[in-house]
Design a protein around this ligand. Structure first.
Ligand SMILES: *Cc1c(COP(=O)(O)O)cnc(C)c1O
Length: 379
């Protein structure tokens, strides 16, 4: 049975870095649950972070019920039937367009929920279009031109008459400080004149703050500079990846090793699947790190890892080992806490991996084991 193992000490290291940033800047940091929603470690995360952000009613409820702190939500368009329940759960709601604000803004504020508008600064820094919310014709966020056409802010003379309390932008994906600088400059150039009317600004996610080499000192300086220039604004960051980056592994077993192919590489069938258990490997796409092996066919023993599904493209990648791999061996994929458990599925009837928590003292507890019922109940 494959296992996702969440490593509490690695998680804690990330959380300490993030808390250091909030302590030194007064900026509030939220967990974007889209990347990582492991309920068992929410109490630990809640000691370090200000709350959660969600992209749906279910995520909002999950954060509200299990994490506490502030609950924020953004969606490109909200589902009318869910609005009532959603407004009972969240502290902030971020709308994608002036039209959505017109539909729900007043209702939100009457319920004591702070309303915001997601803007699109039109600064493309993400490296692939699928992860670039500022790509041409993007549906995410309101551009300055659309805002002007809507006449949205024209009537507002002060914070009281403004239709929203805050602005939100999210343009980064696994990126560093240089990209944030570019995006923030674009945001302030296009939307800066509205900031005196606002109470808060949310800088979105995609900040790879806990990655080795990230310029944390530079981020602290940038945030303090922004706060000095806009002392009336509360500032939020809502990273997902950065919270659980490199804080989990996926352990899998080698079921069968096939003879070497024409390219000198043997196919090795594992009991874990890219398509089911690490969908980003195919979607993004990327090759995950593997403990004790190099990526590529460069070493003496090279294997192409694939899943036990019938999908020809269910391949994880080619890896080289110094030693021969045997059937029954365990292999360990790195950085498997984020965008895995939140995205996995039971395609082909494959069971889901166990979820295991490795405590700081090294002891392991099984948090969740799945079975036939988890597959059958959705069909
Ligand atoms: C995806 C997303 C995040 C989190 O992004 P990460 O890359 O995981 O840090 C935050 N905010 C919004 C609006 C998002 O869509």
């Amino acid at each position: 049975m494959p296992r996702y193992i969440i490593d509490e000490s690695a998680l804690k290291r990330n959380l300490e870095v993030l808390k250091g940033v909030s302590d030194r800047t007064g900026v509030k940091i939220l967990l974007a649950q889209k990347a990582f929603s492991c309920t068992a470690v929410y109490p630990l995360c809640a000691e370090y972070l200000a709350g959660t952000t969600a992209s749906s009613l279910f995520e909002a409820k999950h954060g509200h019920d299990n994490f506490g702190g502030e609950t924020h939500v953004f969606a490109p368009a909200f589902i009318p039937e869910e609005m009532d329940e959603l407004l009972g759960l969240v502290d902030h709601i971020v709308f994608n367009s002036p039209r959505q604000v017109a539909l729900y803004g007043e209702r939100a504020r009457k319920r004591g929920v702070s309303a915001g508008l997601r803007v699109n600064p039109e600064v493309s820094v993400a490296t692939t279009p699928a992860y670039d919310p500022c790509r041409p014709s993007s549906r995410l966020g309101t551009t300055r031109a659309v805002l002007d056409e809507s006449g949205f802010f024209l009537a507002a003379k002060d914070a009281k008459s403004a239709k929203v309390d805050g602005l939100h932008f999210h343009c980064l994906c696994e990126q560093g400080l240089d990209e944030l600088r570019k995006v923030l400059a674009g945001f302030e150039e296009k939307f800066g004149e509205l900031l005196p009317l606002m109470k808060w600004v949310n800088f979105g996610g995609g900040h790879h703050i806990t990655r080795e080499g990230y310029d944390v000192e530079g981020l602290v300086a940038l945030l303090n500079d922004f706060r000095t220039r806009h002392p009336h604004l509360e500032v939020y960051l809502e990273p997902g990846e950065a919270i659980a980056l490199n804080a989990g592994t996926l352990e899998s077993r080698v079921l069968e090793i096939q003879p070497k192919g024409a390219d000198g590489v043997s196919n090795a069938i594992l009991d874990t699947s890219a398509a089911c258990h690490m969908p980003d490997v195919i979607e993004m796409p990327y090759t995950p790190p593997l403990v004790g092996a190099e990526k590529g066919a460069g070493g003496p023993y090279a294997y192409r890892f694939g899943g036990p599904t019938c999908l020809a493209g269910d391949e994880i990648g080619v890896y080289s080992f110094k030693h021969k791999l045997c059937e029954g061996d365990t292999v360990v994929f790195g950085d498997m806490a984020i965008y895995t458990m939140v995205k996995n599925n039971t395609f082909n009837g494959l069971n889901l991996p166990d979820i295991v928590l490795r405590h700081i003292d090294g002891s392991e507890v099984l948090v969740r084991r799945f079975g036939y019922a988890d597959f059958a109940c959705r069909l």
